[in-house]
Design a protein around this ligand. Structure first.
Ligand SMILES: C[S@@+](CC[C@H](N)C(=O)[O-])C[C@H]1O[C@@H](n2cnc3c(N)ncnc32)[C@H](O)[C@@H]1O
Length: 285
């Protein structure tokens, strides 16, 4: 991330969620009514333009026009994580820790969090933007606490403890769209913090990106490098499984965007971005 600048890729993800909410993905039933309010510049400007275009040509026609632009990937990963989150809550998690929360709207859109304390953990620059933008949104969770942490330099477990996170209660951790930006050292230190902060039965839902073809890697790297946030860590399923197991997290599942596309009934072509995005679910024994 660029020093003193909120994450641009967090803005991009909020933009893609807002596009999904507008009906521009092919994932049936996808919605995120919070995404538009949380979006940062320049994406809010692009989105206003897209909304005008959707009014003129209709969302379905616009969706057909932009189908190859990989608009299913973020809605699908959001739905896969929401489903895994609901499962963890049904099993008794009372705390949700969002690692690298960005402009995620779950605390403001999921009624299932009514009895849950949410800890949004993020880099201080991004979090300052998020706090401003979330002010006007109602909370759907029991309590929302912001915890600012740089994963490369600080200890997540002690920052969570300072914010009142209870390691003896069952938690669910979401780590979405972050791992690819982190060094191995930050990856392992954060996993260690997850375990230190977790009661048995707690779950980690970690989304990551596996390496793609040389062409696709080059395309993605060009895009994110322009935003000052290079993808330094695409990782294989075997690497992620090993990292989880090393700290004592049992791997329950590891699924890909291809599986989610079938599960959630997406009808668009499966783009490489979708095929290479994955979600590993680990459990603290
Ligand atoms: C692509 S965004 C994803 C945000 C959110 N999880 C989502 O899916 O909408 C990447 C997030 O990782 C955070 N991040 C990147 N490097 C970080 C670091 N070293 N410490 C803390 N947060 C970091 C950014 O601030 C940003 O919120």
């Amino acid at each position: 991330m660029r020093p003193n600048q909120a994450s641009k890729t967090a803005g991009l993800v909020a933009f893609l969620r807002a596009c999904g909410d507008l009906g521009l993905s092919t994932v049936p039933g996808y919605s995120d009514p919070t995404a538009q309010a949380l979006m940062t510049p320049p994406f809010d400007g692009y989105f206003r333009w897209i909304k005008r275009a959707a009014r003129v040509v209709g969302p379905k026609r616009l969706a057909n026009l932009v189908r190859e632009r990989r608009l299913d990937s973020v809605p699908l990963r959001t739905m896969a994580i929401d489903a895994a989150l609901r499962e963890a809550l049904a099993l008794g998690a009372t705390q949700l820790v969002m690692l690298g929360a960005g402009l995620d709207g779950r605390a403001h859109r999921m009624d299932e969090l009514a009895d849950v304390t949410v800890f949004e953990v993020d880099h201080p620059s991004t979090q300052a933007e998020k706090k401003k933008r979330a002010q006007g949104l109602p909370k759907r969770c029991k309590d929302l606490r912001y915890v600012s942490v740089d994963f490369e330099r600080e200890d997540v477990a002690s920052r969570l403890a300072e914010a009142g996170h209870e390691p003896k209660q069952r938690s669910v951790f979401i780590w979405e769209g972050v791992i690819v930006y982190l060094t191995d050292q930050a990856l392992r230190a954060t996993l260690q913090s997850v375990v230190v902060s977790s009661a048995p039965g707690s779950r980690l839902l970690a989304q990551y990106r596996q390496p793609s073809t040389a062409d696709e890697e080059a395309r993605l790297q060009t895009m994110v490098a322009k935003m000052g946030e290079p993808h330094i860590g695409p990782r294989t399923p075997a690497q992620l499984a090993q990292a989880l197991q090393e700290v004592g997290l049992r791997v329950l599942s590891d699924t890909s965007g291809v599986e989610w596309a079938f599960r959630f009934g997406a009808t668009g072509q499966i783009a490489p971005t979708t095929a290479n995005t994955r979600l590993v679910v680990g459990e603290r024994s």
